[in-house]
Ligand binder design. Sequence first.
Ligand SMILES: Cc1cc2nc3c(=O)[nH]c(=O)nc-3n(C[C@H](O)[C@H](O)[C@H](O)COP(=O)(O)OP(=O)(O)OC[C@H]3O[C@@H](n4cnc5c(N)ncnc54)[C@H](O)[C@@H]3O)c2cc1C
Length: 449
Amino acid sequence: MANFKENIKRINSSESISGRMPDYDAIVVGAGNAGSAAAITMASKGLNVLLVDRADPPGAKNLSGGVLWGNDLAEILPKWQTEAPLERFIDNKKIGFLTEKSSIVIDFKTEFFRDNKIAHSVLRAKFDPWMAKKAKEAGALVIPGITVESLAIEDRTVVGIKESGDTITANVVLLAEGVNPRLSIEAGLRKPLQDRELSVGVKEVIKLSAQKIEDRFNLTKESGMASEYIVGSLGNLNIGAFFYTNKESISLGIVSPMEELRRNGVTHTYDLIEKFKSHPSIAPLIEGGTTIEYGAHLIPEGGIDSVPQLYGNGYMLLGDAAGLAFSNGLVLQGMNYAIVSGIKAGEAVAEAKARNDFTAKSLAVYEQKLGSTYALKDLKTFKDIRKVTNNPKMYTVYPQLLEGILLETLWERGQPKKKTRDVIGEAASKLSVGKVKALTDLYGIYRRM
Ligand SMILES: Cc1cc2nc3c(=O)[nH]c(=O)nc-3n(C[C@H](O)[C@H](O)[C@H](O)COP(=O)(O)OP(=O)(O)OC[C@H]3O[C@@H](n4cnc5c(N)ncnc54)[C@H](O)[C@@H]3O)c2cc1C
C-alpha cells in the first residue's frame, strides 16, 4: 500500500504524463483469473507490475459455477493442485436433458479424470484471493479495493489508469475487467455488448455435510461430480443448468441467454432457479441443505464474432473482457480461457519490453500467441454453435421425443410391445416433428458440434 500512496504523490505533482518514465511496466485492471494469471506471468519475468481490483480481498466478489480445468494454471503455478483452495476433483461428469417429469442423463465416471485430477470444483471467493496472493509472491504490487474510474489516454495511446483524480502510468494496461468491460467500452476499445452476446447466470451455494455429499453422490473424500443440463421445462424458457459438488456444499444454478429472458418478458431468473431446485430429480439431492450464498453474473456467449481487437497502442484485452469464454449448452468454460489469455498477454508484454516498444504493432504478438492456443481456435471451430444452442427444439421437442421413446421402450404397461422404429415414429408424430426437419436439425448439430 505504501508504494501505491508514494506513486500517487508523485503523479499529483505538476509534471505532465508525457515525457516522463511510466510508473510501471504494466498495470493489470482486475484480479480475476485473467488478471492474476497475467500479473504472475509478468512479475515472474521480473517486470514491474501493478495489479488492482475493486474488491477487497481481490476478486472476492467473482462468481463461477465453477469447474476449473487447470492445464494452463499448471504452467504458471506448478504446485496448484496441492496449494490452491480447491474443493473436489471431478471424476464424474453428467450431461443431459431435464423435462418436466424426467431427467435423461449420460453419467460418465472415469479413471482418466481421476488419474490426472485436472478438473476441480472451486469457490471463487477463496480461489481468486489465493491467485492474487500468488501474484504478490511473484513480485507484483497488488492493491485491492481500488475501482479504476477510467483510462488515461494520450495521442491515441493508453498510458495509464485514473482513480480518485490520480493517474498512475504504465507502458501497457492489461484490461482484465470481466464480462462487463466498462473501461474498455468507455474508451472505445470495444463496442457495447448486445443481448445476443450475453447470458445471465444465477447461482446458489447450498451447505450440506461432506458425509451427505459423499453418500448421495457416491464420492470419496476428495472426488466430485459435475453435471450440466439442457432445460426447456422451466417457465417457458430455453436454458442451461448446472450442479457441482464442493467439499461441504453444492453449487447449482441456471444460465439463461439474455435474448430468451427478453423474449419471455415475464419470468424472473430467481423463479427459474427455484424451479430448477424443485425439479423432481434435483430436489432430493439438496434435501436438508441450507442456502449460504446467492449471486448473479453475466457470461459472455457471443463466440468469436464478439471478440474485439485484442490489443492496441498501450493496451490489451483479456478473459471475459475480450469475450473469451466457451459454451455449447453442455459445457461452460471461461476460467481456463481467462488464464491462458492472461499468460499469453503477460508473455507478449515481456517481449514488448525487451523491444521497448508498446505500440499496437509490437503488442500484436499477443493475438498470435493466443491464436496458437485452444482459446481462439475453439471459438473459431465452434463459430456456428449458436445455431444449435439457439434452436428451441433442442430444449423442448427433442428431449420430449427422447422421453417418449424411453417411456415406450422401458415402461412395462401390460400392453403389446412395439418395434423401435414404430416407437420413434409415434413419439415424433405426437410432437409433430417432421422427419425431414428432424434429420436436417440432427445434421446441423452433427456439423456444428
Ligand atoms: C454462473 C456462472 C457459471 C460459470 N461456470 C464456469 C465453470 O464452471 N467453469 C469455467 O471455466 N467458467 C465458468 N464461468 C465463466 C467464468 O466465471 C469466467 O469466464 C471467468 O471468471 C472470467 O475471468 P476474468 O478474469 O476474465 O473475469 P472476472 O473473473 O470477472 O474478473 C474481473 C475482475 O475485474 C475486476 N474489475 C472490474 N472492473 C474493475 C475496475 N473498474 N477497477 C478495478 N477492478 C475491476 C472485478 O472485481 C473482477 O475481480 C461461469 C460464469 C458464470 C457467471
